[in-house]
Design a protein around this ligand. Structure first.
Ligand SMILES: Nc1ncnc2c1ncn2[C@@H]1O[C@H](COP(=O)(O)OP(=O)(O)OP(=O)(O)O)[C@@H](O)[C@H]1O
Ligand SMILES: [Mg+2]
Length: 292
C-alpha cells in the first residue's frame, strides 16, 4: 500500500509572541492535493500560524514538520512594487525564479487565470484592492512550492471573484499542491477538503466542512463563529478530542478523492471534467517545464 506523506504535519504546537502565548495546542496535517481553510475570529492566531509554518516563530511545544521545498506565502497585506504593471511584476518575478522558457506565454496564462488581462499594463498603484490581491496571488502561482499559504486571499474580492478564486484554489490543489488559506469568508468553504478552526490561539476543530457543521451543531459554517463564545476554549478542545477519537480524522486516508463529497443540502463544488487539461493544469505544466 502506498504511503502518502503529509506536506505539513503540525502536532500540538505552541508559539509564544514575546510574553504572550499566541498559539496553544494546534494540531492538523495537510496532504498533497488538499485545499484547506483556516477560520476563526479576528486575533485568534491565523496569521501567527502561517508565520510559524514559515519558520518566523520559535515553536515552544509540540512538533512541526513541513516541506523541504519552498513554502509560498501570499500575505494578508499586499507587498507590491506599485509603480510597475502586473505584467512587469510577473515577468520580473519569473526571471527571479529562473523561468526562461515560454515566459511571455506563462505570464499571459497566469494573468488570465486571475482575471487581470484587462489590467495588465496599468501601474499597480491604480488597481483596486481586489485587483492588487490578485496580482499577489498571481506572483505566487509562478512558484512551484508544495505548500501555498494564502492569508485572507478573498478579503477584498466581490462575490463572483471570490467564487472563482475558491474554484481555482481547489483546481490547483487537485494538481498536487497543498493549499491552505485563512479566511473570514465562509460562503464557499464547501470547496475545501478540510477546515481548521482556531479559537483564542487553540486549534479546536480539524475536519471536513460537513463534519464541522455537525460538530458545532450549525446549519452552515458561518454560524460556527456565533457558537464559539457559548463554551470555553478548554470545553471546545475536549469536545474536539472526543470527536477526533471517534472519527480518527487525523489518521484518515489522505487521498482527497476519497473524501466524502458535500451533502446534497450544501452547495456542491461542480465536478471537474477531465476531458481536456484545465487552465490550472496548463499553467502548472508550463511552470514545471520552465523549471526543468
Ligand atoms: N509579533 C507579535 N507579538 C506579540 N503579539 C502578537 C504578535 N503577532 C501577533 N500577535 C498577537 O497574536 C494574536 C493573534 O494574531 P493574528 O494576527 O495571528 O490573528 P488573526 O487570527 O490572523 O486575526 P485577523 O483575522 O484579524 O487577521 C493577536 O492577539 C495578536 O495581537
Ligand atoms: Mg490575520
Amino acid at each position: 500500500m502506498e504511503i502518502l506523506i503529509p506536506t505539513a504535519n503540525v502536532k500540538n504546537i505552541a508559539v509564544r509572541c514575546g510574553l504572550t502565548t499566541c498559539l496553544n495546542d494546534v494540531t492538523f496535517n495537510i496532504y498533497p492535493g488538499e485545499f484547506c481553510a483556516l477560520i476563526g475570529p479576528s486575533g485568534s492566531g491565523k496569521s501567527v500560524l502561517f508565520e510559524a509554518l514559515l519558520g518566523f516563530h520559535h515553536i515552544s511545544a509540540g512538533t512541526l514538520s513541513k516541506p523541504t521545498k519552498a513554502i509560498g506565502l501570499v500575505p494578508q497585506k499586499d507587498e507590491l512594487h506599485e509603480n510597475i504593471s502586473p505584467k512587469e511584476a510577473l515577468k520580473i518575478n519569473a526571471s527571479l525564479r529562473g523561468i526562461t522558457q515560454e515566459k511571455e506565454k506563462l505570464v499571459q496564462s497566469v494573468l488570465q487565470q486571475v482575471d487581470l488581462l484587462d489590467h495588465q499594463h496599468k501601474p499597480i498603484r491604480k488597481l483596486s484592492g481586489g485587483q492588487k490581491k490578485r496580482v499577489s496571488i498571481a506572483l505566487e502561482f509562478l512558484s512551484s512550492s508544495q505548500l501555498l499559504l494564502l492569508d485572507e486571499p478573498c478579503a477584498s474580492l466581490d462575490p463572483q471573484l471570490e467564487l472563482q478564486q475558491m474554484q481555482l484554489f481547489r483546481e490547483l490543489a487537485s494538481q498536487g499542491r497543498s493549499i491552505l488559506i485563512s479566511t473570514h469568508k465562509t460562503h464557499n468553504l464547501h470547496f475545501c477538503h478540510c477546515l481548521l478552526v482556531i479559537y483564542s490561539g487553540t486549534g479546536i476543530f480539524y475536519g471536513t466542512p460537513e463534519q464541522a457543521i455537525n460538530h458545532f451543531h450549525v446549519t452552515q459554517v458561518s454560524e460556527i463563529y456565533g457558537q464559539l463564545k457559548k463554551r470555553s476554549v478548554r470545553d471546545w478542545l475536549s469536545s474536539y478530542q472526543a470527536f477526533e477519537r471517534s472519527h480518527r480524522f487525523l489518521s484518515r486516508s489522505p487521498y482527497p478523492s476519497q473524501h466524502q463529497p458535500p451533502s446534497s443540502t450544501e452547495k456542491v463544488a461542480p465536478p471537474t471534467q477531465q476531458k481536456k487539461p484545465t487552465k490550472a493544469e496548463d499553467i502548472l505544466k508550463r511552470i514545471e517545464n520552465a523549471n526543468t
